[in-house]
Design a protein around this ligand. Sequence first.
Ligand code: URA
Length: 238
Amino acid sequence: MRVDKLLANSGYGSRKEVKSLLKSKQVTLNGVTVKDGSTHLNPDTDNLEVNNKKVNYEKYIYLMMNKPPGYLSATKDARDKTIIDLLNEEAKVYQPFPVGRLDKDTEGLLLLTNDGQLAHDLTSPKKNVKKKYAATIDGEVLDEHVEQFRAGIVLKDGYQAKPAELEIIHADKTSEIIVTITEGKFHQVKRMFEAIDQKVLYLKRLKMGELELDKSLELGSYRPLTEQEKAYCLSIKR
Ligand code: URA
């Protein structure tokens, strides 16, 4: 791995800031000053120091974001803003990507990481990780719909969805509900409500497995996972 990438990934600033750190001879590799950021090192065996302090290399980043509407759950897009645009330079150097997708208009819990195995396992249908959403529905959600969701609703395209928990918070011309699903198919929640001829007006993800959206996170902001949250995520990993 390159020295400049490792330093940037370890919180020593942007690539540009790291460059000036190297230029001003503040970095040593195995006791020898290193000025060239493209120098390669083995993070497991080589000793990299900044101002005589060992650099503790973190390979992975794990962030919890409260996704705002209007942003794509993607790393880049020619037309639209993506959730990566909300990250600072320090986080961007890790090249994180979203774990599972939320629609452009959906808000709430989004995990970002550069740990590909974790991303794969958290979204794998085999792991049955529950995803909990709050939604506003255009229509009156009834007890019979709760039953239909519990039995596994058949979508308009004939797909039989897995059983889902539907909780009615308030039902009238529009309804407030909580729905918990184990699948993450494209537009899954919206399509489940289309199957009962109702439309999702607002959708927010609250929880993924045991990982719960931090209520103090404003829309568009993010924070690193706590050690406990990280331990939970890693427990899902194969
Ligand atoms: N289901 C949807 O329909 N949209 C989302 O963004 C997430 C789940």
